[in-house]
Design a protein around this ligand. Structure first.
Ligand SMILES: [Zn+2]
Length: 72
């Protein structure tokens, strides 16, 4: 069916455009917020909530390399 092929082509084009946009975004902003500490770079104690240590997931930087990005 020609309609099905056209739909498939539109889907592929949309996916390619989204991928190109994501790659461009990775170049300008390669980092995201650390999921463990939310970008704060530290995790707090449960009982003594003012006590903290550097986040183990990001090493205290609060940032996370996004999927497919290269560090600078
Ligand atoms: Zn963290």
């Amino acid at each position: 069916m020609p309609g099905t092929a056209l739909t498939l082509l539109a889907l592929i084009l949309t996916a390619a455009l989204a991928l190109a946009g994501y790659r461009r975004s990775l170049r300008t902003h390669p980092y995201g917020l650390c999921r463990t500490c939310g970008g704060g770079g530290m995790t707090h104690g449960v009982i003594f909530t003012s006590a903290w240590r550097p986040c183990r997931a990001c090493g205290g930087t609060g940032r996370r390399l996004r999927l497919g990005a290269r560090s600078r």
